[in-house]
Design a protein around this ligand. Structure first.
Ligand SMILES: [Zn+2]
Length: 101
């Protein structure tokens, strides 16, 4: 399951539950709405390849500066097999790609 799975549950009804920074004992606050990240998938030969683009919101802790991205939509904004994927990457300028699953 991609990044949208658990986040999609949280987004149901647009209820955004608070997230707490444990070391600082502070709530994370929105820093930038509408950021894009890539999601990679194993390429079968030990590396990673493009898989999906997700849009979410960047939140930060004012205490330590830690940043998280949450609030992903139910669906990826683009997937690797779609004809316009490369153009979507160019247009959305993902911050980075998460190579993890
Ligand atoms: Zn913190």
């Amino acid at each position: 399951m991609g990044a949208g799975g658990g986040a999609g549950e949280e987004e149901r009804g647009r209820v955004m539950r608070p997230v707490v920074c444990v070391p600082c004992r502070l709530f994370f606050k929105p820093k930038k709405l509408g950021v894009t990240i890539g999601e990679g998938m194993p390429d079968g030969i030990g590396g990673w390849q493009a898989y999906k683009l997700w849009q979410g919101d960047l939140w930060a802790c004012a205490g330590c500066g830690a940043e998280i991205i949450r609030g992903f939509g139910q669906r990826a904004i683009a997937e690797h097999f779609q004809a316009g994927y490369a153009q979507a990457v160019q247009a959305c300028r993902p911050l980075f790609r998460v190579d993890d699953c």
